[in-house]
Design a protein around this ligand. Structure first.
Ligand code: DGJ
Length: 731
């Protein structure tokens, strides 16, 4: 007992001593503090990550380590090192691993200096310089904190000055630590047409990894985002949660490791699989941004944090408008000609949408793109189908009174193409094994600067020759197969990383030269959806699955991380047993488009769609720029509901969907959120079929925001695949 007391006193004394010489770095938002502190040996530790501390004196008092009693009764201070490297005394997964020129595989990083820059009144960048004291290796850690939105993003820059290249085999963007009685992980997995499916698990001792090795269509099976319930399962409106996402349009990895004392570390970054990087002296290796928010009121708040941040800072044209459109993919696939497209353009006009979008199948002559087996790479218009070329289509769209958008897939090639005949060495493929294909195509080698120039040139030529093109749908239908770059030769370990960097180089050039062209990020549905990609794309295609029932889940899940205006949703003929109203009401919740021929619709259905587009246009500002609330989860009952509220709380749109209610299903009123309790709102059901009248019992009435949030609207029914769209207007 006496020994323990002495040890404890020594521990306190050393703690006080440590605090005397500490550097304290406080990275804050309006709601969260991340506090880093140095130890006397000048190593840097995470001292705190959580709800914002009210008193600066408390910040000073925080120890730089967590104290754990060891088996002999002594107290072992174990720090949470901010960027632990392999080979030091931490026995868990490191953030960083480097092999030096002499073969040594250890590193320890010491704090050198830091600076804080004001980006604007709201955002700050904290830059911390760290270096090893034995080898000339430096790591600079960047933290960007966004006060109002409560978002922090962080990344690192790795550099060295050894004589020859060093090998880096781990290079996380960020390492975060948590101490909580339980950890629950929400992860999102999927496949073509079943994107972003939610599953939950409790994390216990050991490691859980979410990663992808798909290379280009990287998020097809695992999504680059997660939520973590700290102390309880993730809930919509209560509890402490971390929502995190990595901005990397390629292989990523999240590692969640619960250690021997039930602390959790979360390591996020590029997936180092097959990617040990040989870093040349003085070359800077920049890791992608890990973006996260902590919410103390569930994931609803976390989503709104990310939405607002993305619209203010990250998403291309985040504050701008979006074009409603009519696409031809679902109605024609590859079977169209000028006449069919011309008619669709007039249908777009009749519908009231702003643009016609021509999809796949418009190019290739020697190997016509009549299906997905040939022509990819040959970006000359198919003369037999479209004798007047793209200019003819742009003109036809103008005559019809709509804008024109075009589908491209510049990163890919069909082996049956003139491009492949001319430049087989531009495709990623193995020279010495039988090839296998995904969707009959190969991925172009974007690590090769010549191929980057080619891909940029494809898009540049189209846009230069057709300056009136308003929009590109940029597709990417294959993961990287037959992984071998003829360009990189013996440096194959650089392929996965340099490929993504090559993609960014192309996108950067396209966006710099054509900043006003809206672009949709598409990848065989939603196989790409990350915040670095979204710097170049104003929206992404959530899924080829446009069955409205499936979409309710897919949209619910993507909305956890991405703002509504970035999520494209189209009305199609998937699931014709659902009414056109149900299909439209589901798509109206996001960025609305149509991919259906009006010829398939009855007169009433056409009229309905036209009125729905008018309603959408009049509510666009609320839907695209408002705050989004998920009210009733489709995972918890046979009903679901969401709503948008304008920033000034004067307008709101509520959606109520009945999925497959069973007989006798108990229904509850929908309690709204985000309204001003003191304002009075008129409740009006919109999007009614011609001649139908509202069955909403509250329709036409006026209620206070308080009533609507505490008592709610009785908007669900017992009908299957039934929906209501309700407009609220402050009086
Ligand atoms: C996959 C996309 O998700 C579809 O919308 C369509 O553009 C096809 N590719 C075209 O090949």
């Amino acid at each position: 007992m006496k020994n323990i007391s002495i040890l404890f006193l020594l521990f306190i004394a050393s703690w006080l001593n440590m605090n005397a010489q500490q550097t304290v770095i406080r990275i804050s938002t309006d709601e969260t503090d991340l506090i880093l502190k140095t130890a006397p040996n000048n190593r840097l530790y995470q001292a705190y990550l959580g709800e914002k501390l009210l008193n600066e004196s408390d910040v000073q008092l925080l120890p730089h380590y967590i104290a754990h009693p060891a088996s002999d009764g002594s107290v072992t201070p174990r720090g949470w090192e901010v960027y632990p490297a392999s080979g030091a005394e931490d026995f868990f997964e490191p953030a960083f691993a480097v092999q030096h020129n002499d073969g040594n595989m250890t590193s320890i990083l010491y704090y050198k200096s830091h600076e804080v820059k004001n980006i604007d009144g709201n955002a700050k960048e904290t830059i911390i310089r760290m270096a090893d004291n034995v080898y000339p290796v430096e790591v600079t850690i960047h933290y960007m904190s966004f006060a109002k939105e409560n978002v922090i993003k962080s990344w690192t820059e790795i550099k060295h000055n050894e004589k020859k290249p060093v090998k880096i085999s781990q290079y996380a963007s960020a390492m975060l630590y948590f101490e909580s009685p339980q950890y629950y992980l929400n992860e999102y997995s999927g496949d073509w047409a079943k994107e972003a499916q939610l599953s939950t698990q409790e994390l216990r001792f050991g490691k859980k990894t979410i990663d992808t090795k798909l290379g280009s269509r990287a998020a097809m099976h695992a999504y680059p985002f997660f939520q973590l319930g700290l102390g309880q399962e993730v809930q919509e409106n209560q509890g402490k949660v971390l929502a995190g996402t990595i901005g990397w349009t390629g292989n990523f990895r999240f590692t969640f490791e619960v250690d021997n004392v039930n602390n959790l570390r979360v390591i996020s970054g590029i997936n180092p699989y097959a990617s040990t990087y040989e870093l040349k002296p003085n070359e800077v290796f920049k890791t992608p941004e890990f973006i996260y928010t902590l919410s103390y009121n569930g994931v609803g708040k976390a989503s709104r944090n990310l939405h607002q941040w993305a619209m203010n800072y990250q998403l291309k044209d985040g504050k701008g408008d979006r074009l409603t459109l009519l696409n031809n993919w679902e109605s024609t696939a590859f079977n169209f000609d000028e006449k069919i497209l011309g008619e669709l353009m007039y249908e777009a006009k009749e519908l009231g949408v702003e643009m016609f979008l021509l999809d796949d199948g418009w190019f290739g002559n020697k190997y016509p793109r009549a299906n997905d087996q040939a022509g990819l790479g040959d970006w000359e218009v198919m003369h037999s189908k479209l004798p007047n070329g793209i200019p003819g289509l742009v003109k036809a769209a103008k005559n019809a009174g709509v804008k024109f958008g075009l589908w491209v897939e510049p990163e890919m090639v069909n082996p049956k193409s003139e491009l492949f005949e001319k430049h087989p060495e531009w495709a990623i493929h193995l020279p010495n094994r039988e090839l296998y294909y995904y969707r009959n195509q190969l991925v172009l080698d974007l690590s090769n600067p010549q191929v980057q120039d080619y891909a940029f040139g494809v898009v540049d030529k189209i846009l230069k020759e057709n300056p009136d093109i308003a929009y590109l749908k940029w597709d990417c239908n294959s993961p990287i197969t037959n992984i071998y770059s003829p360009y990189l030769k013996e440096k194959q370990n650089h392929l996965y990383i340099n490929h993504v960097r090559g993609l960014y180089n192309i996108l950067e050039r396209v966006t710099n030269k054509y900043p006003h062209v809206e672009m949709m990020m598409c990848s065989g549905g939603g196989g790409r959806c990350d915040y670095e990609g979204l710097k170049y794309f104003s929206e992404f295609w959530c899924s080829d699955n446009t069955d409205p029932v499936d979409r309710l889940y897919i949209q619910w899940n993507f909305s956890q991380f991405f703002p509504i205006k970035s999520m494209a949703a189209h009305v199609t003929s998937w699931n014709k047993s659902a009414s056109i109203k149900f299909r439209t009401d589901v798509a109206m919740m996001c960025k609305l488009g149509f991919d259906i021929s009006l010829k398939e619709l009855s007169d009433d259905e056409r009229e309905f769609c036209k009125q729905a587009v008018k309603n959408y246009n009049s509510l666009k500002d609320v839907i695209l720029n408002g705050n989004f609330y998920r009210l009733v989860s489709p995972y918890e009952s046979e009903h679901t509901s969401v709503m948008h509220v304008s920033q000034n709380k004067n307008k709101a749109v509520v959606y109520a969907y009945d999925i497959f209610p069973l007989f006798g299903d108990k229904r509850y009123p929908i309690k709204l959120q985000g309204l001003d309790p003191t304002k009075k709102y008129k409740v009006e059901e919109i999007n009614l079929m011609p001649g139908a009248s509202s069955r909403l019992s509250e329709n036409g009435n006026i209620y206070t925001g308080d009533y609507l949030m505490k008592i709610g609207l009785d908007a669900f029914t017992s009908s299957r695949m039934n929906s209501k769209v309700i407009e609220l207007t402050a009086q």
